[in-house]
Design a binder for this molecule. Structure first.
Ligand SMILES: Nc1ncnc2c1ncn2[C@@H]1O[C@H](COP(=O)(O)OP(=O)(O)O)[C@@H](O)[C@H]1O
Ligand SMILES: [Mg+2]
Length: 241
């Protein structure tokens, strides 16, 4: 499948420090790609570099066959690249509805906001049921759902999600996983970063294992999960949860 978003031969980091070394990843519409690896391996830095939140020293970012290397973060969102950061991804003292309206800030016109919101609330009935609740009063799972719903308000073609399942217990995690499958099946490309190697590969079509800022292994998720050397090297690694 042709990728909608690709990062090619990326070196990235902060200040003068290179954290990511020559990494290439890609994701196609209707597919979930997972970047997995231990804490501190550079997963967040890699997706931040796609969006201009981390420094890109070398390499290119291609989106819909266009070179968007070095694009400003807000322009990337306007082009259809949605991003849900690992932390602080909702406004705690705004209600669910207010958070969703903030997610649509880059789409002009009240009508488009209204239509968008109706669709999103239909996709997330759990949020619709509590639409006037403050985000700070939501459970971890509901909060993560709101963060994803908020990113969906900008009508993205690709969603970058940084550890959406971390710190969730099995039940809310399963709910989020099924929402992601629903979003994927709607034709949106999903690039997910996850510390839980097994869970992420069970959810995704393609997997990339990042260790110390470099790709250690990559391939179809099912093949990785069935590979003996992969199992030996990476399935014991995950911490917690
Ligand atoms: N804003 C930052 N400035 C400098 N170094 C950072 C910054 N954010 C992360 N790092 C460093 O980059 C490395 C990779 O971090 P990160 O991308 O957050 O890994 P992961 O998401 O895989 O846990 C770590 O050594 C971390 O200390
Ligand atoms: Mg991270």
């Amino acid at each position: 499948m042709k990728p909608i978003l690709a990062a090619e031969n990326v070196n990235a980091g902060y200040g003068d420090v290179i954290i990511i070394h020559d990494v290439s990843v890609e994701v196609a519409s209707g597919e979930i790609a997972a970047i997995v690896g231990p804490n501190g391996s550079g997963k967040s830095t890699l997706i931040k570099s796609i969006l201009g939140f981390a420094k890109l020293f070398r390499g290119s970012i291609l989106y819909q066959n266009k070179d968007i290397t070095g694009i400003a973060s807000h322009r990337a969102v306007n082009l259809g690249i949605g991003y849900v950061p690992q932390t602080d991804n909702v406004f705690p003292n705004l209600t669910i509805i207010e958070n969703l309206d903030m997610g649509a800030y880059n789409k002009k016109g009240k009508d488009s906001i209204k239509t968008g919101k109706g669709d999103i609330l239909q996709m997330f009935p759990e949020l619709a049921a509590r639409k006037n609740a403050l985000a700070e009063n939501l459970s971890g799972g509901e909060r993560q759902m709101l963060a994803i719903a908020r990113a969906m308000m900008a009508k993205p073609k690709v969603l970058l999600l940084d550890e959406p399942l971390a710190s969730l217990s099995p039940k809310p995690s399963a709910v989020i996983e099924s929402k992601l499958e629903q979003i994927r099946d709607a034709g949106i490309a999903i690039l997910i970063v996850e510390q839980n190697v097994k869970k992420a590969l069970e959810l995704s079509n393609r997997g990339y294992v990042l260790v110390n800022g470099a790709l250690a292994m990559e391939g179809e998720s099912a093949s990785l999960l069935a590979d003996d050397s992969f199992k030996e090297r990476f399935l014991g690694l995950e911490q917690g949860h």
